[in-house]
Design a binder for this molecule. Structure first.
Ligand SMILES: C[S@@+](CC[C@H](N)C(=O)[O-])C[C@H]1O[C@@H](n2cnc3c(N)ncnc32)[C@H](O)[C@@H]1O
Length: 328
């Protein structure tokens, strides 16, 4: 089994598909690239080392020390902005030659019990990346049973969502569910656990995290914001970690995959209307990357170049972004 090299052991979050992301963005000295999901700054650092200027964004205030370290090393080419990538084009000044989004949670967020993201670590049932808005505990203790079941099904593809929601509502009648361990135990008791299978709480935790952080809404808005922000020929690279997200990116980049309506019938019109060209085939991590970094196993990279066609207004239709009925 391949061992992690020293640089990977010393970083708190091992960047996934790093070489592939760099190839997709092709950073040039003097180019301006936006890293919309800074995390521990793995992509930003590599882009800076390639000579690009980087504006990095993250909604989690805890990434600040990593951003400060890069600011000290690249004072004239690195800028960090706290915020959500849905507002990318309001947070960053144009022109922008590349945008990268590495969707989801970082290893730091998962490993920190107090953040409440992981059923493997006991902590408060929080899951808020930005530390504001409703927590996972608010949803678990406040949603009606049918809405809770709907959420777990729509955002986590949990087939036993009704049974889980029923158990949660019965348990919270005695006292509110406050911790990750309590919820994980409750789910395991409700739907059982088969040896060799993923933990039975995996899908429910994913669903709650997506809802708490409006991750599908952020992704759709962030994709359209990138479309508005990038120069002609500018490059977009998006790494996602499950099929629901990947479907959104695939349809956004390629209207033939069912995305927002564009002219389909006249070949000339198709060429003129396409906002994205050079849409690359999905890239997955190599077996050796997955061995070195098991968290990379479900990663998928999609990339494309911005065409000259005018940007579209943000439009959720046709992208297949799940919605649960109780969503605001
Ligand atoms: C998978 S990590 C990124 C890791 C990074 N590529 C690296 O090399 O260290 C995802 C990061 O994006 C942030 N994030 C997730 N959704 C966001 C959003 N909508 N706006 C801004 N940041 C977001 C998370 O807080 C987290 O720090």
């Amino acid at each position: 089994m391949a061992k992690p090299d020293a640089s990977e052991q010393s970083v708190p979050h091992v960047p996934v598909l790093m070489a592939e992301v760099l190839e997709a963005l092709a950073p040039l000295p003097g180019s301006h690239i936006v890293d919309g999901t800074f995390g521990a700054g793995g992509y930003s650092r590599a882009l800076l080392e390639a000579g690009a200027s980087v504006t990095a964004i993250d909604r989690d205030p805890n990434v600040k020390p990593f951003a400060d370290a890069l600011s000290a090393r690249f004072p004239s080419r690195f800028n960090f902005v706290a915020g959500a990538f849905a507002e990318l084009d309001q947070l960053v000044s144009a022109p922008v030659d590349g945008v990268v989004l590495d969707i989801g949670v970082s290893s730091m967020q998962l490993d920190e019990a107090d953040r409440g993201f992981s059923f493997m670590r006991d902590g408060p049932l929080d899951m808020r990346m930005a530390g504001e808005g409703d927590t996972a505990a608010d949803l678990v203790n406040g949603l009606a049973e049918a809405d809770l079941a709907d959420l777990l099904f729509a955002y986590g593809e949990e087939r036993k969502s009704r049974r889980i929601a029923h158990s949660i509502v019965a348990a919270r009648a005695a006292h509110p569910i406050a911790t990750t361990a309590e919820l994980a135990r409750l789910i395991e008791k409700s739907i059982g656990r088969k040896p060799g299978d993923a933990h039975p709480a995996t899908r429910s935790f994913q669903a709650l995290r997506i809802a708490v952080n409006d991750e599908f809404g952020q992704l759709v808005e962030g994709l359209f914001a990138s479309e508005r922000l990038l120069v002609e020929g500018g490059r977009l690279a998006v790494v996602t970690f499950h099929s629901l997200e990947d479907r959104i990116v695939k349809r956004f980049l390629d209207p033939d995959k069912g995305g927002p309506a564009q002219s389909r019938h006249l070949p000339q019109a198709v060429a003129e209307d396409r906002r994205w060209v050079g849409v690359a085939k999905a890239v997955k991590p190599s077996a050796s990357e997955v061995t070195r970094n098991p968290r990379a196993r479900s990663a998928i990279l999609r990339a494309a170049h911005r065409s000259v066609a005018a940007a579209r207004p943000a439009n959720f239709a046709g992208l297949g972004a799940p919605r649960f009925k109780g969503a605001a």
